[in-house]
Design a binder for this molecule. Structure first.
Ligand code: GDP
Ligand code: ZN
Length: 467
């Protein structure tokens, strides 16, 4: 039973336009009544889902109005349990921002009996009070961090339950298999019909297939979550800087500021056609240029190793030579695009570029002019297609974007494989049922139906304070 009241600043610190202090719990309304005076004569006790204008006072209860001090002019939103984010009474105080008034108001709230919320504690309450399942709560982290519109759609999809619905479905199928096994379990071994064993196997294989399909979405999910790690490479003077510049110029770099999380970093990610692209970089985006010359072969090798996408630039006016060859050897095991640059220059490229068409045979070739900004959209579209397999992302798409989810699905798969082996070996049905149960639990840790307190704490600790 949760019985205390928590409070935190739920907007990023700093000179924002407004700041919000959020309070949740049984005393939320009383605490605010002690420090807030509405301009019109209104009683917070009689309000619900209303926004009320007034002032926050120091010493509000002091009848000696001379010593009462206005801290800020505010809008107070009153939201009563149970139809709130945490399912508890919630009050949000919108104040003028600037970090000073927000902090002063938070301190006043704490002095009236609220406790400072831990990171993610509001969402944790939403989960514990049954408002969100685990996958949905995790989606909130993703929403806070999402870098492009498509990444946001995915996260919103998860919040609306896209993944949760899929997981519920899989859990249901596993329960049905358990029920089927239970129904057979009372028979002596030799009377279990071969037909029934086959049925169990068929059902298990079907669930395995569904889990595998979900696992297949993990790569796409990870890219939307973390950005596609991309390296622009090629020998000197082919136009790498020029390409990077045109990408940077067209696509305003997105800066994600993640305050108060464990990562506490500022990342620069480009939005290329909805795909967040992170140019791999050891010392700031603009220095990645001419990586091979600047940071040496060893370092560029490891950058290439880490990359999920290589853009290898060639000069369409130059013969393919040993310098290109050297780089091709470094990248040939990776996934990438051959970028044939400087097509604006007149020459008889068709003759000199045949080698470029032959090497890296599985990589698509896109012709561009970085200087004249030709072919850039085509290049972007190709990147997007390679990430999504041509499918578009909607908020109904169930995609795994979370390493924890991926691991749970893998665990479930192992249990199901054990089931198949056990059936073939003629193991007793109650042993088989244990592995089905194991799979159900593994999957259940994704939506939180079978989740331990330890995991709950770990997940919510990833949130920002105030969320
Ligand atoms: P990097 O060494 O691979 O980074 O190549 P740069 O981007 O520095 O470009 C080398 C030279 O090629 C510069 O003089 C650029 O202006 C020129 N260049 C780059 N892209 C193009 C292009 O699309 N067309 C033409 N005509 N010149 C280009
Ligand atoms: Zn350069």
């Amino acid at each position: 039973m949760i019985d205390d009241t928590i409070a935190a600043i739920s907007t990023p610190l700093g000179e924002g336009g407004i700041g919000i202090v959020r309070i949740s719990g049984p005393d939320a309304i009383n605490i605010v009544k002690a420090i807030f005076k509405p301009v019109k004569d209104r009683d917070l006790d009689n309000e619900n889902f209303k926004i009320i204008y007034g002032h926050i006072y120091n010493n509000n209860n002091n009848s000696d109005t001379v010593n009462r001090e206005i801290i800020d002019e505010v809008l107070v939103s009153v939201m009563r349990a149970p139809n709130t984010y945490t399912k508890e009474d919630i009050i949000e105080i919108n104040c003028h921002g600037g970090s000073l008034p927000v902090r002063e108001i938070l301190e006043l709230v704490l002095s009236k009996g609220a406790r400072l919320a831990e990171p993610g504690e509001f969402s944790k309450r939403a989960f514990l009070n049954g408002r969100l399942d685990m996958a949905q709560a995790e989606a909130i982290i993703d929403i806070i961090r999402s870098t492009t519109g498509d990444a946001l759609k995915l996260a919103v999809g998860q919040l609306k339950g896209g993944l949760s619905r899929k997981i519920d479905f899989i859990q249901n199928e596993l329960l049905e298999i358990t029920a089927f096994i239970e129904a057979n379990i009372d028979f002596p071994e030799d009377e279990i019909e071969e037909y029934n064993l086959t049925t169990i196997k068929t059902k298990v294989k079907k669930v395995k297939e569904e889990i595998k399909n979900l696992l297949d979405t993990a790569d796409t999910g990870r890219i939307y979550r973390n950005g596609l790690k991309t390296v622009i490479t090629g020998k000197p003077n082919v136009g790498k800087s020029s390409l990077l510049n045109v990408l940077l110029k067209e696509k305003r770099a997105i800066v994600t500021d993640i305050p108060g999380t464990t990562r506490d970093v500022i990342e620069e990610i480009l939005n290329l056609g909805g795909v967040p692209v992170k140019i791999i970089d050891t010392a700031g985006i603009r220095d990645t240029d001419d990586m091979i010359e600047k940071i040496g072969v060893e370092k560029s090798k490891s950058a290439i190793e880490e990359a999920e996408m290589i853009l290898m630039v060639f000069d369409s006016n130059e013969e393919y030579d040993y310098e290109d060859e050297k780089i091709v050897k470094m990248v040939e095991k990776k996934c990438g695009i051959k970028v044939l640059n400087k097509i604006d220059l007149k020459n008889n490229r068709k003759n000199i570029n045949y080698k470029i068409k032959e090497v890296l045979p599985n990589w698509p070739l896109i012709e561009i002019s970085a200087i004249k900004e030709k072919g850039i959209e085509k290049l972007e579209k190709k990147i997007v297609d390679m990430v999504t397999g041509g499918k578009s992302i909607t908020s109904d798409t169930a995609i795994i974007s979370n390493i924890r989810h991926k691991n749970q699905l893998k665990k479930a798969l192992i249990h199901l494989e054990d089931v198949l082996v056990a059936v073939d070996k003629g193991m007793p049905l109650d042993i088989i049922a244990i592995d089905i149960r194991g799979a159900w639990e593994a999957v259940g840790e994704i939506n939180g139906t079978a989740v331990t307190e330890n995991i709950i704490d770990k997940i919510f600790a990833e949130f920002c304070i105030g969320k």
